[in-house]
Design a protein. Structure first.
Length: 577
């Protein structure tokens, strides 16, 4: 090869090809390094995230419901229990169902087909199709053959007492959480702690069960109420019958153990069935005995008399002149239903004289009378722990005018709940001590708060016994074989700031007088058939409940079985309203 040939440069095409090769191999090398880096990143840095994303496409953590604690009465009778049920759920993107299958399922779970279709296909992820179905219904749903439809074990609350204990026990709602009554008040005690489990979803959307249990559920705790189911059923039936008999709008009954303050029965009407409450009017769910107030009328007179006895202003035999059946205070006039003439203090209670009570009250400083009412529990909630309980209305004494003090002496111008009223009467049942009201079963003795002396409590109790005898306003409250005591109340209802011709009839009684075991309070709202007085409307309800309850509890009799003496109808004494 000549020297000329060796000195020449390579052709441009060869040089360009070499440059392209270098660039190509460099690009491939860089891409390879990127792939290697990305591979390392995926394997080491983002491994957990990617595995989670993958698992989300075939795995799901489901809540495992806990068994809610039972609610039982004082004797262990079930008032609320949890029964096993099934719920249906799907992953919407994995559901395979024909229109015919959807229509069959909609009919089975009692749901409009359009609503079911939205649940089955409208969500982006896990969703419940139907909750708390019976095992038989869930089994029939599975038999339809819809791919991707799964079931889960849950619990549904059942109330054996139905409408009899509805407003007291309450009910649960979504998630088995308490919504009303004891179920709400004791949610923390009754509710367990749910567990969880992981399920695998196969390619057809069906769950592969029991892959892993993450956390076991913890069952809730049982709760024993103070209620005695036998007395509760008795009180409810008597209340319902009295409302029907008197054409009344509503009513309540409270039965207390005079020794412990425990609520043995608490019944209301109207009521509802907590097992079937889809179309229940909200007003039927109220526990009226704890949440509704009313003017107590003459049932407040014993507290006025007790205050005067404690202040030394009167004795049981002090004579009060009740004028000619009316008394004027400023521009206002107080009336008695009948002219009674001079009455002793105990006769003021027996015959329920408004003028007598008013005259006694006006002998007291307003603060003294207010303190008696307050110490007896009026004006503040009874602290039962029940949701929505109220304290009524009792204004401070500095605002009282003479006419207001006079009318409050016989229960007008203040408001109370029936539970407050029943509790107040425990001071006459247990030597002057006010007992706390208990909705839960207690153990051991319950110490009350002294309000009046045992001697004064005994004197007032004797006056209350006179009320139930001939010559009193409530002879129809007598009970064969037992001495009983009590006080009637008849009060007009306030509507639009004025007293209307609508009444609340009430009676609070104690039995047996020799050693009171029960305090029973009855309120009948707007009786409309004939009488509206507490003695004739609410008195017989007390008689029926007290007689049966005392025998159920095995309380010894303290009077002959033929002790009941009813005066002729024309001799019955109506109390003043």
């Amino acid at each position: 090869m000549s020297s000329a040939t060796l000195g020449r440069r390579a052709p441009p095409s060869i040089a360009l090809s070499h440059a392209r090769s270098v660039f190509l191999f460099g690009a491939l090398g860089a891409l390879f390094l990127v792939l290697v880096g990305r591979s390392l990143d995926l394997q080491w840095l983002e491994d957990a995230f990617l595995q989670g994303q993958g698992a989300a496409r075939y795995a799901r953590v489901l809540e495992v419901p806990a068994h809610r604690g039972r609610i039982v009465d004082r004797n262990g009778v079930a008032l609320a229990i949890s029964t096993p049920v099934k719920s249906l759920w799907v992953f919407p993107d994995k559901v395979e169902a024909t229109p015919a299958q959807l229509a069959e399922l909609a009919k089975l779970v009692d749901m409009p087909p359009r609503q079911l279709a939205l649940r089955m296909h409208g969500a982006d992820e896990f969703t419940y199709v139907a909750r708390r179905l019976s095992p038989e219904t869930a089994e029939r749903a599975e038999a339809i053959g819809i791919r991707g439809l799964n079931e889960q074990n849950e619990y549904r609350r059942y109330y054996p007492g139905g409408e009899v204990t509805a407003q007291l026990v309450g009910f649960t709602g979504d998630g088995d959480r308490g919504q009303e009554g004891i179920e709400l008040a004791q949610q923390a005690w009754l509710a367990g702690k749910p567990g969880s489990r992981r399920v695998i979803i196969d390619r057809r959307g069906d769950a592969v069960e029991d892959i892993a249990a993450i956390r076991a559920p913890q069952a809730g705790r049982d709760l024993a109420l103070s209620i005695d189911s036998r007395i509760q059923f008795l009180a409810f039936n008597e209340l319902q019958a009295a409302i029907a008999r008197n054409g009344a709008k509503a009513g309540s009954v409270v039965v207390l153990d005079a020794k412990s303050g425990e609520v043995l029965a608490l019944a209301n009407w109207p009521t509802y069935n907590p097992n079937r409450r889809e179309k229940v009017v909200r007003g039927r769910m109220r526990n009226r005995a704890l949440t509704d107030t009313f003017e107590p009328g003459s049932t407040m007179k014993p507290f006025t008399i007790a205050a005067a006895l404690a202040a030394g202003k009167v004795t049981p035999q002090t004579v009060i002149h009740t004028e000619a059946g009316q008394m004027t205070i400023g521009p206002d006039t107080i009336h008695d239903a009948h002219r009674a003439g001079p009455l002793t203090v105990e006769q003021v209670i027996q015959k329920s004289s408004n003028i007598g009570a008013a005259k006694i009250a006006l002998e007291l400083p307003a603060k003294t009378m207010w303190k008696m009412f307050t110490d007896a529990g009026f004006g503040s909630p009874p602290q039962t722990g029940f949701p929505g309980e109220v304290g009524g209305r009792l204004r401070p004494p500095r605002t009282w005018r003479p006419i207001e003090q006079a009318t409050m002496a016989y229960g007008h111008g203040l408001s109370v709940t029936l539970v407050q009223l029943a509790r107040g009467y425990t001071i006459f049942a247990d030597g002057g001590k006010l007992k706390p009201v208990e909705l839960l079963k207690t153990s051991g003795p319950v110490v009350g708060v002294p309000v009046i002396s045992p001697a004064i409590a005994h004197e007032v109790l004797h006056m209350l016994e006179m009320v139930t005898k001939p010559g009193g306003t409530a002879p129809e409250a007598q009970v064969a074989g037992y001495r009983v005591a009590g006080k009637t109340g008849t009060a007009r209802k306030v509507e639009g700031g004025v007293y209307a011709r609508r009444y609340v009839a009430s009676f609070v009684g104690l039995a047996p007088v020799s050693d009171p075991r029960l305090v029973i309070a009855i309120m009948i709202d707007e009786p409309s058939k004939g009488d509206y007085y507490g003695g004739s409307v609410a008195g017989p309800v007390f008689s029926h409940i007290a007689g049966a309850a005392l025998r159920l509890l095995g309380v010894p009799t303290d009077a002959p079985v033929d002790n009941v003496v009813l005066p002729p109808p024309e001799a019955l004494v109506p109390e003043d309203s």
